[in-house]
Design a protein around this ligand. Structure first.
Ligand code: FPP
Length: 233
């Protein structure tokens, strides 16, 4: 199987189960997130090696702000640390870094690191890695509609106008959405863009998700019959 033969441009992942993974080991939740960050790093490298064009990781949802402040703070610190530590690796692997979500909600220090990483990787030509941060699918659609209203460019909206006002209209819809930890739901992730995405659920908690699990998801995707609502010949 080669990725080129799969017609698979964009993989999006709901990285679930960090807390459960840590609990099973008698550790605190942030330990699970730290191990989850290691999994993210490996999956990013794997997608880059496989010549996948786009990878989007759901790292922090709008709903995650309602978690205990200590967990929110730890996640923000982990994100900052990871971006600072990995910038050279992103540059070396020719990865373009991007964020989807309400970046303005994040602490200023995190916003500064994000701008720096975006700036330093913007001329790369390989994998486009997007982190969904302070991201909610409903919020994204509301933000798009408000942008359209404020711009007063149109009174009647259509699919193209909404799409063009989403956070990153230039990124194609995900072909495959992977969710770990056995849950079968989207949890407000890429609601507009997931209209025709294939879903793959792994039972593994995110820190246990390895390259071989990614390959299993790709193998499964290979056997999907994507008709996009039409009839096959
Ligand atoms: C869901 O697990 C995971 C998150 C809310 C955060 C995801 C963050 C990471 C993987 C670490 C940072 C990653 C990057 C790329 C910087 P959960 O806490 O909801 O798990 P649970 O459902 O078992 O409690």
């Amino acid at each position: 199987m080669t990725v080129n033969s799969l017609n698979l441009n964009h993989i999006a992942i709901i990285m679930d189960g960090n807390g459960r993974w840590a609990k099973d080991k008698g550790m605190d939740r942030i330990f699970g997130h730290k191990e989850g960050a290691k999994s993210a790093k490996k999956v990013i490298e794997a997608c880059s090696d496989l010549n996948i064009s786009y990878l989007t990781l759901y790292a922090f949802s709008t709903e995650n702000w309602n978690r205990p402040q200590s967990e929110v703070d730890s996640l923000m610190s982990l994100l900052s640390l990871m971006l600072k530590n990995e910038i050279k690796e992103l540059e070396r692997n020719n990865i373009v870094f991007n964020v989807v979500g309400r970046v303005e909600d994040l602490p200023k220090s995190v916003q500064n690191i994000i701008s720096d990483v975006i700036d330093r990787t913007k001329h790369n030509t390989g994998l486009v890695l997007s982190l969904a941060l302070s991201y909610g699918g409903r919020q994204e659609i509301i933000d798009a509609v408000n942008k359209i209203i404020v711009s007063k460019k149109s009174e009647i909206i259509n699919e193209e106008i909404v799409k063009n006002n989403l956070y990153c209209p230039e990124i194609p819809d995900p072909d495959l959405i992977i969710r770990t930890a056995g849950e079968h739901r989207l949890s407000n992730f890429l609601l507009w863009q997931s209209a025709y995405a294939e879903l793959f659920v792994s039972k593994k908690n995110w820190p246990d998700f390895k390259k071989k699990d990614l390959m299993e998801a790709l193998k499964d995707f290979e056997n999907r019959d994507r008709t996009f609502g039409k009839l096959t010949d």
